[in-house]
Design a protein around this ligand. Structure first.
Ligand code: COA
Ligand code: AMP
Length: 633
């Protein structure tokens, strides 16, 4: 048995002994004596701790105050800054005081809608310090999306900035925030606005406060003790329905699993440099820009830029050289963008990449071409890892901190401790080796996995726990091969993954249907060379519509941009006379996708009218699909 196999087996056979031991690596105010409540699945029930203490204070107390906690690198503003653990502690304590002064207490919610600036991390840690629950909303979401989240989480305060910068465009975040507050029924008491010099925002009297002034005038505030299972944050993600789901993460399980993952999966030890090139608005940003590297006393990089065009496709390699990055983690899309502009990796050759030990990729399926390209250009192992907002850390990976399992390109390798991955077919039978089915995780889930869905206990049970009794349904399809490697092939539900960003086709359809010319519509994800997947809309018009088709398409695209945000990259729609449906009225999205991806498909036996498919096929062909050059999956 290999070391990994022994550790894994122990975690499954003796979960309480395994995680009880791992939990000793965390500083608790009250050490947990109950490791797992088998009835509720709650970890470390009677433990008490503070997440911010474990991420910041502890390192200062241990004499690491002068070590760099955050390297902020912003090519879009031409700024570079190093923030030590001591400086981080000073600022987080003051911002915690600023929140406390505004009446925010343990259990209150705070929305954070920020660009990639250090204040975003400071805000998250300050909430954790006082036991407030943060809910970060990705800065690329438009007002409508922000408003939905405000109404669900009902924050006492919102922390935001005057603007964000996308390459060379200055985006007025404050206008988006004001609009979102106007749209939402919940009325927030206080907004703290961080004024950036690229664009100052005007503040609304009685509601908005200048962040810098408030921070300067606040008292430093100590950490409070919270129960292990108290929520640290709620992060919204897309599901099968139009409404985003607020994934609840606890304090204790999160700290325990994330710190373990840094050493054992990512092999990034204390004082090393870790770079997750993502955004704090996504789970990868929460776990691996902010919490895990700081729990482990590493230096984390906060990069406000793109893989390309800021200023060129050598940007990632420049950052790796400049900060002596040991571990780089990003989405395959970022590398596909770099590869497209610099296929020979000429820019990479300009930089010294000696410090770089490993590249990790996650967020979407990685094609083997891209994986092999990264390996060749970076001269490091490239490790795929599969996980979800719901788990907060990898379900399957190659734990190179323990030992390197031989890589099979395209597979995220094997399950991590505590995760029992099983694949079931539609008949609810366990799949044989190599048989494609629904990927499930046996309950109880290990520490750090979601403890529920905010405001929606029934939705949690319905979406995740009701299909296979005793199992969590991941929503992904895949198989386990004869050597026990997991292969994740794509979503089984209406979730699509555009440039590593998760969206719901159901939500897109709801927004498109709100256009007054649309009778009904279908949105499907199709393979895309750069973004992995891209959404395409099929629109059926109401009978009395007089506007030109091309005008309606333009309006629908604008509507999506205004409602979801440009980040949805919704740029393709077409008008069709009708949609293919089953006799019970279900739209045959899977069949439409197979046509667009150029895959073979069987005529569904339940189809209502066979003559619809040729119409759809010709509409898809007119859009230029299936692409002849495309070979993503
Ligand atoms: N705030 C505001 N707008 C944003 C935004 C943000 N945080 N992020 C993206 N957008 C906007 C962009 O400005 C762009 O707008 P435009 O249509 O007006 O040009 C649009 O959303 C699409 O953005 P993006 O997907 O970033 O496209 P791009 O062409 O600018 O860049 C890539 C393409 C591949 C370089 C980029 O998608 C990328 O870096 N992907 C990696 C994704 C990633 O790290 N995912 C993390 C999950 S692990
Ligand atoms: P998110 O919750 O935004 O992190 O998205 C999670 C989804 O992204 C998963 O359910 C998968 O569909 C997809 N995903 C994440 N990582 C991988 C991976 N390594 N391989 C394949 N798909 C992945």
């Amino acid at each position: 048995m290999s070391i990994y196999e022994k550790i894994y087996e122990n975690s499954i056979k003796n979960p309480e002994i395994f995680w009880g031991e791992v939990a000793k690596d965390i500083n608790w105010y009250k050490e947990p004596t109950k490791i797992l409540n088998k009835d509720s699945g709650v970890w470390f029930e009677d433990g008490e701790l503070n997440t911010c203490y474990n991420a910041v204070d502890v390192h200062v107390e241990n004499g690491k105050g002068e070590d760099v906690a955050i390297y902020y690198d912003s090519p879009v503003t031409d700024t570079k800054k190093s923030i030590s653990y001591q400086e981080l502690l000073n600022r987080v304590s003051k911002v915690a005081g600023m929140l406390a002064k505004a009446g925010i207490n343990k259990g209150d919610r705070v929305v954070i809608y920020m660009p990639m600036i250090p204040e975003a991390i400071i805000a998250m840690l300050a909430c954790a310090r006082i036991g407030a629950i943060h809910s970060v909303v990705f800065g690329g979401f438009a007002s409508h999306e922000l408003a939905i989240r405000i109404d669900d989480i009902c924050p006492k305060a919102i922390l935001s900035a005057s603007c964000g910068i996308e390459i060379d465009k200055v985006l007025d975040y404050k206008i988006l925030l004001d609009e979102a507050i106007k749209l939402s029924s919940h009325k927030v008491q206080t907004c703290f606005i961080f004024q950036r010099e690229q664009k100052e925002a005007s503040l609304i009297d009685g509601r908005d406060l200048d962040w810098k002034v408030s921070e300067d005038n606040a008292n430093s505030t100590p950490c409070v003790s919270v129960k292990s299972n108290d929520p640290l944050y709620v992060l919204y993600t897309s599901g099968t329905t139009g409404k985003p789901k607020g994934v609840i993460r606890d304090n204790g399980g999160h700290a325990v699993a994330l710190k373990w993952s840094m050493n054992n999966i990512y092999n990034c030890k204390s004082s090393q440099v870790y770079w997750a090139a993502s955004d704090v608005g996504w789970v990868v940003g929460h776990s691996y820009i902010v919490y895990a590297p700081l729990f482990n006393g590493c230096s984390t990089i906060l990069y406000e830029g793109k893989p390309v065009r800021t200023p060129d496709s050598g940007a990632f390699w420049r950052v790796c050289e400049e900060y002596k990055v040991n571990v780089l983690f990003t989405a395959p899309t970022a590398f596909r963008a770099i590869k497209k502009e610099d296929p020979q990796g000429l820019l990479a050759k300009k930089y010294n990449l000696q410090s770089l030990e490993t590249v990790f990729i996650a967020g979407e399926r990685c094609d083997s071409d891209t994986l092999n390209w990264i390996k060749e250009i970076s001269s490091t192992p490239v490790i795929d890892n599969w996980w979800q907002t719901e788990t907060g850390w990898p379900i399957a990976a190659n734990p190179i901190g323990i030992e390197m399992i031989p890589v099979k390109a395209g597979s995220p390798t094997k399950p991590m401790p505590g995760f029992v991955v099983e694949v079931f077919n539609e008949k609810h039978q366990k799949c044989k080796a190599n048989e494609l089915g629904n990927i499930t995780l046996k309950l109880p889930l290990p520490p750090s996995c979601l403890t529920g869905i905010w405001n929606n206990e029934q939705g949690y049970i319905k979406s995740y726990l009701s299909d296979y009794e005793g199992y969590y349904l991941s929503g992904d399809s895949g198989y386990i091969d004869e050597d026990g490697y997991l292969w994740v092939m794509g979503r089984m539900d209406g979730v699509i993954n555009v440039a590593g960003h998760r969206f719901s086709t159901g939500e897109f359809e709801e927004i498109i249907s709100s256009h007054n010319a649309i009778a009904e519509c279908a949105v499907i994800g199709v393979d895309d060379e750069l973004r992995g997947e891209i959404a395409i809309g099929f629109l059926v018009l109401k009978s009395n519509v007089e506007a030109k088709n091309e005008d309606i398409i333009k309006e629908v695209i604008t509507l999506m941009r205004e409602q979801v945000g440009a980040v949805a990259s919704f740029r393709i729609a077409t008008i069709v006379p009708r949609l293919p449906k089953t006799r019970s009225g279900k739209i045959l999205r899977g069949t439409m996708r197979a046509i667009a991806d150029g895959k073979s498909y069987n005529m569904p036996s339940t189809i209502e009218d066979k003559s619809v498919l040729p119409e759809i096929e010709s509409a898809i062909n007119e859009l230029g699909y299936p692409h002849k050059t495309k070979d993503i999956k």
